[in-house]
Design a protein around this ligand. Sequence first.
Ligand SMILES: Nc1ncnc2c1ncn2[C@@H]1O[C@H](COP(=O)(O)OP(=O)(O)OP(=O)(O)O)[C@@H](O)[C@H]1O
Ligand SMILES: [Mg+2]
Length: 454
Amino acid sequence: MAGSILLADDEEKILKTLGRALRDEGYEVTTAANASQAARCLNERAFDLLVIDFLMPDRTGLDVLRELAAATPEAERPAIVMMTAHGSVDSAVEAMKLGARDYLQKPFEVDELLALVRHALDDQRARTGLRYLLSERDAEFDHYGIIGRSRPIRDVITRAERVAESKSTVLLTGETGTGKELVARAIHARSSQRQMPMIKVNCAAIPEALLESELFGHVRGAFTGASFTKKGRFALADGGTIFLDEIGTLAVSVQAKLLRVLQDREFEPLGAERTQRVDVRVIAATNRDLRQLVAEDKFLEDLFYRLNVIPIEMPPLRERPEDIPLLVDHFVRRFAERTGRKIEGVDDKAMADLTAYGWPGNVRELENTIERAVVLSTGTRLTSQSVWLIGATAAPAAAAVPSLKLHPNLEWAERETMRRALAQARGVKKDAAELMGISQRALSHYLAKYRIDD
Ligand SMILES: Nc1ncnc2c1ncn2[C@@H]1O[C@H](COP(=O)(O)OP(=O)(O)OP(=O)(O)O)[C@@H](O)[C@H]1O
Ligand SMILES: [Mg+2]
């Protein structure tokens, strides 16, 4: 696929030579002999690339770029290369601001232009591909759900895209709540092993003594209490993906065994005579600094390098505040739908407060805050008061209860207690139930009631 180019210059000779050279390369070329003609062509159809002269008799190339910028959203504009015989820094700067990616000083060699055109079109295609993927995700966010347009999150998405097809090991790092698990799921969902399961192991939630058998399985009689043969998670993930969450908490003894699977793709279930082979894609995640743990002898250096094949670092939310409004709208819509409330959005003050806040708990904290605000709000727009950022973190008790309506407050207290107990129990339901002094059956009831999954 070559690409469509609009070539605008008032010199007929240039249109001819450059036009021929570009066509010879397989591009589809339209020519315009002045600025108005160029503007007309741009109105009539979309081009992948615009190569335009700065000085033309009727208007300047900059005028055309200005009009284009005003009339067409950035994502829909062609890539732009500006040509000029009258190079001035000012016009170059303005052309760049208006989206020109390159500036060619006349006279130039045809090859110079061809190289620029190739690069510009490659870039343009990468941008279009990304835009397509982003909008596809908007539509089916249940599959991927990575919301965000900021540079850092786009970089994450591009990288995730690129590694999805390969079977390379991925190491996701970043603060709590930044979306590591979400990205792990997105990678699996786009991989060639997506028909196979992705098996998650929360390394922090499983007691050290049980972890080995959880990962690798055991045969009957392998240890006291092993009354039946059990498949490990690696075996379950065979052909698919294994997601090793909170890998930084892994005991060194288990790390050594894991290293072997990563190196040789084989392991022995506890008590088994035979070695088992697996074909799995490994994705690991941690909010700890693994290099630091290596330096402290708490993490095997070899294992670190085996995991760190494709590192993806999740940016904290405070470093991409431009994503906050998108995330807020997304969560408002989601929770309004779930709770059946008619909430259209948040008011300006609330949005400003939400954007200014530092979000130490990142997207998860934002998500919880919006959920709570949606549940507790009475109007059709969330106000700063109903969002009560302070209440979301270390709140003075009074600020945490924005209304005096008893039922929403009771629900909130229940939900919050569930969350905290689960967090403290690191997701182990039995322990969480014990912490709250309720049965596991009661816990299941609440989890279903409040749709708390993990
Ligand atoms: N870019 C995003 N768009 C939409 N939702 C997001 C995004 N990032 C995170 N979330 C949501 O925020 C919540 C936390 O994300 P996730 O569980 O992936 O974080 P994490 O990095 O694994 O956190 P932890 O280290 O605490 O396990 C999830 O509900 C997830 O769906
Ligand atoms: Mg996680």
